[in-house]
Design a protein around this ligand. Sequence first.
Ligand code: FAD
Ligand code: DHB
Length: 391
Amino acid sequence: MKTQVCIIGGGPSGLMLSHILDANGIDNVVLERQSKEYVMGRIRAGVLEHNTVQMLRDYGLNERLDKIGKPKDGTLILWENRPEFFIDIKKWTGKQMMAYGQTYITEDLYAARERDGGAVICEAQNVALHDIESDTPHVTYEKDGNIHRVDCRFIAGCDGFHGPSRKAIPSSHSQEFHREYPFGWMGIMVEQPPVENFIYAYHSDGMAMAAQRNEMLSRYYVQAPINDTPEDWSDDRFWETLLTRFPEEYAKKIKTGPSIEKSMAPLRSFVSEPMRHGSLFIAGDAAHIVPPTGAKGLNLAFSDVHYLQRALVSYFKGGNVALIDSYSQTALRRVWSAENISWRLTKLLHVFPGEDPFEQKLRENDYDLLLMSEAAQHALAYEYMGLPFED
Ligand code: FAD
Ligand code: DHB
């Protein structure tokens, strides 16, 4: 098979790139290792930045978003024995964010790909990249016992943190930046009406969070030791922990119930530079991971897709290589600002085991500054909203 762009990974970044390239008449094929049902069943992000919503609108993916997405002015922080604080995006930036689950986005994207006759090959095993330093790379995969080959001009690695694309870049040409955290987020989904806001609750036992998917679907998280598994957390233990970490007046508004899903997400910060090598680009979680505090991962994947589609369209339509050459540098500026705010919010809102009391005093002082300084409130809202795209 021959195509212009071979996209590895059919998660949100790969599907969105495929959708936009198609809208611009650029031929592409998506290779996804899992079944469509598996990808659509993965429960992850729930908050979209203004820029992400705008991209979905620009490419006609807003029908369901406009029906069930819930615009939000910001996120509430509650703090044990201190006043609450609202990260007021609307007030400081004039923009809003949107509560709309990643599961819905993936479903909307698969539906659009099917409607438009997009080539999405699921259950593609042993995907391997070849000749990425040439102008004629190719990708091989196995399906139904046969080996297939896709010849292309460019490969887009949108295959998440564990995929083969980033690993295809020789280590002599890339640099990786890591930060591991000694805790994760234990998350549950419950068929109950959510509380009104997205809420981060700081407590001396650890962070807790309230999130939402729709009017009858709530998502909650608690900070948990890194090696814990969902089996360690009965529903009773989860609710008891969560309700202890929320101040009483909020805890009594939380509607508990049996969980319909429970999962543990380790927290990690990671960036691989550069995001292009020869004819290979990497985008989304393939290139970087942020801890979920700040809700930046999916939004950052979309921002990479924005810069990458722009580069590919300008190359295939006008023979222009300038945006191809600047993709990595431009995308990384936004990546590092998301890494920065995600790290700072993680540091602010979690308990770090073994930390010295000096660090705790600094954490409390950071929060007190937010309570008293409009300049600090404005700065946080600006970063939390996500930087504007560069021209
Ligand atoms: P992925 O979603 O990982 O998709 C990659 C795809 O590549 C997958 O479908 C995978 O099956 C496929 N693949 C992997 N290996 C291969 C292979 N060998 N061959 C072919 N295909 C392959 N982000 C936000 O913006 N807001 C939030 O509120 C938020 N909350 C989160 C909460 C949690 C608990 C977690 C875990 C994450 C959260 N995120 C959030 C992050 C967000 O989910 C990810 O950043 C996002 O999924 C990245 O999309 P992606 O398409 O780049 O990668
Ligand atoms: C979710 C929301 C957040 O604001 C966040 O930081 C992480 C996850 C969610 O909706 O799942």
